[in-house]
Design a protein around this ligand. Structure first.
Ligand code: AGP
Length: 628
């Protein structure tokens, strides 16, 4: 959940290591922004140089302007989402060894920190913070000095490996030692770490956003691996010191994609990238004859043919994308699709067989709940396919196969373009299964692919034509203390997603539920002027659904609700009953989530902006939840 970065260059003393860290932390701040800090080492230093401040990165930058740090050859940087120890200067990273020779930063939770701290305190070590990370720093200092006593020379790489073997929990750790002022050492277990390969320089980061401004060539580190970077030299081993060969990859987006590019917020930019996210996810997945080709999904067709059940595991928005896909895949492939919240999945003792395909949907590829569910599924003998938006991240690395979405980096904590990209990718998977299992004719598949290809333009229509109506509605409803979101069929998960968006960035209490549930309890919540947002199915589809939703609107209207409808252009009924309508273009029922969600994304963003909240970094949240 925290952002970490490390840098080792060739020049023995310069400002570049600090510059690299600060720019990287700026790009990683979406992973956590309670506090930030840096540590530097250079030849001749007796103690590491460091600075850390609570609050946003700008606080640290202000402090560095007032009291600059010296030039350096290596540096590490950290931006924090607090797990233990409140956000404060003293709990910020880096943490320092007892003799001030080593600085350490950490992403994750060290579960045996208390026991380790007890042992260290009994040996006279002292602690100033309430963090598990300081325990690791003191322990590393102790081990490093033991190695010097044993061998006569410092070996931070070996010290980090020895410490890593002693820790339990989830951790990515970076460390520098003034006695080896040209190296940075890292180690990971259950938490992400990638390596950036520069010209005579190297980088370490929680994800490629840390260094993409400097290099797109990267290595993904596997579970229980340690790495030493020394200028342009990179050495990777396991925790026992056996040399490993990590997988190389090239980042497929550039630094500008991770910039706001003139937009007022990343969320605004990313909502407006919804069309491109769908288009890019479709790109390159068809043969010349138009048949689907998911070559990158390294699962044999025979295996796909044998699949008799799908279980989707995901959290939050990703789970709602899977919920939308459930309706489509069951319709096309005629096998059951269960959608499980990842954090519930492994505790319900799920029924998994080699013919069960588990689909792990994750934008970041680092959500610990989803990763642990993935591992459980694989231990039970099921194949796991990841649908992920972040190359080189842990979930696709540990899955049997991956179907990448190509939405580009999603920086805002609230997931928007990833949602439509995830639905698109899950639809491709469903159509591919229908193709290999023969449950649909080729022409039927082609028709649906054509519908999918037409969606970016329809999403664009909503962005171009409904922004003012949506903004006016946000203005009108700014003081509402709660909202209900209703939907049926594929509109139901869209209602859940719309409720989550408003909840997480406008801090408004909302509840999304199936419209059919209304009379089974929730209608008791409806009072005068209660805003009720309704996702209205097309009247051209299964119009029994449409008629029932219109009845639901009448029911809440009759009790004083203020109704906001998301409806298909030309719907003759909705205008009679809805106070506000967010129109969207006509499209097939199964395609409608891709356009229905867009007004809800914009509505949540407008509401948060009108409330003068930070839409990109909402309180208490982080972009990637890398702890269970
Ligand atoms: C969505 O707006 C939230 N930020 C959150 O629900 C998110 O979708 C969830 O944590 C899953 O993240 P992932 O897709 O990176 O696994």
């Amino acid at each position: 959940m925290c952002g970490i970065i490390g840098y080792s260059g060739q020049i023995s003393v310069s400002t570049k290591p600090l510059e690299v860290c600060l720019q990287g932390l700026g790009r990683l701040e979406y992973r956590g922004y309670d506090s930030a800090g840096v540590a530097l080492a250079a030849p001749g230093m007796e103690e590491v140089a460091w600075k850390k401040k609570a609050g946003r990165l700008s606080n640290l930058e202000e402090s560095l302007k007032k009291n600059p740090l010296p030039g350096a050859q290596v540096a590490i940087g950290h931006t924090r989402w607090a797990t233990n120890g409140v956000p404060s200067d003293v709990n910020a990273h880096p943490h320092i060894s007892q003799d001030n020779k080593i600085a350490l930063i950490h992403n994750g939770i060290i579960e045996n920190a208390a026991a380790l701290k007890f042992d260290l305190e009994s040996e006279g070590y002292t602690f100033v913070s309430a963090t598990d990370t300081e325990v690791a720093a003191k322990l590393l200092g102790k081990i490093a000095n033991q190695i010097i006593e044993e061998t006569g020379t410092p070996n931070l790489f070996e010290a980090v490996r020895r410490m890593a073997r002693m820790l339990t929990g989830a951790f990515t750790i970076l460390a520098v030692d003034v006695r080896q002022p040209d190296i940075v050492v890292g180690a990971r277990h259950d938490s992400p770490l990638v390596v950036g390969l520069g010209d005579g320089e190297s980088f370490l980061g929680s994800d490629v956003a840390a260094f993409v401004a400097y290099t797109k060539e990267a290595l993904e580190l596997g579970q229980d691996q340690a790495v030493q970077i020394q200028g342009g030299n990179v050495t990777v081993t396991d925790f026992d010191g056996n040399v490993a060969t990590p997988k190389h990859f090239t980042v497929d987006w550039d630094a500008s994609a991770a910039e706001k590019g003139g937009w007022p917020s990343f969320m605004d930019k990313e909502i407006h990238e919804d069309p491109e996210a769908v288009a890019q996810t479709l790109l390159g997945r068809f043969d010349l004859d138009g048949s689907l080709n998911l070559d990158e999904v390294h699962i044999d067709e025979e295996v796909f043919r044998s699949i008799d059940k799908i279980i989707v595991i995901a959290c939050g928005t990703a789970s709602y994308a899977g919920f939308v896909a459930k309706y489509a895949i069951e319709h096309w492939v005629r096998i059951p699709v269960e959608v499980e919240l990842a954090h519930e999945f492994r505790y319900r003792d799920p029924i998994l067989t080699p013919r069960t395909l588990v689909v792990a949907i994750s934008q970041s590829g680092e959500t610990m709940d989803t990763l642990m569910a993935l591992r459980h599924a694989r231990e039970q003998g099921s194949r796991v396919l990841a649908i992920c938006n972040t190359q080189g991240s842990t979930i696709p690395r540990e899955a049997d196969a991956v179907l990448y979405t190509h939405a580009g980096p999603e920086i805002a904590v609230a997931s928007t373009k990833a949602f439509v990209a995830q639905i698109t990718a899950a639809y491709l998977l469903g159509l591919y299964l229908a193709q290999v299992k023969g449950t649909m004719y080729r022409d039927e598949i082609q028709d649906i692919l054509r519908d999918l290809r037409a969606m970016p333009e329809k999403i664009q229509w909503v962005l171009d034509n409904q922004a003012d109506t949506i903004h006016d509605a946000a203005q009108k409803l700014i003081n509402a203390h709660s909202f209900l979101f209703l939907g049926r069929h594929v509109g139901y998960p869209v209602a859940l997603e719309g409720a989550l968006k408003l909840k997480e960035i406008a801090y408004t209490f909302t509840e999304g539920f199936a419209a059919g549930e209304l009379k089974h309890g929730p209608i008791a919540l409806v009072e005068e002027d209660e805003p009720v947002v309704v996702i209205v199915p097309s009247p051209r589809g299964r119009n029994i659904l449409h008629d029932k939703i219109i009845s639901n609107i009448q029911e809440v209207k009759a009790r004083g609700a203020f109704t906001v409808a998301v409806a298909e252009e030309g719907d003759p009924d909705v205008e009679q009953y809805a106070d506000v309508i967010f129109w969207r273009p006509q499209c097939p029922t199964l395609m409608s989530p891709l356009v229905d969600v867009v007004p809800l994304q914009l509505f949540a963003m407008d509401t948060a902006e009108l409330k003068k909240l930070d839409v990109d970094k909402p309180r208490n949240l982080a972009k990637s939840v890398t702890v269970e």
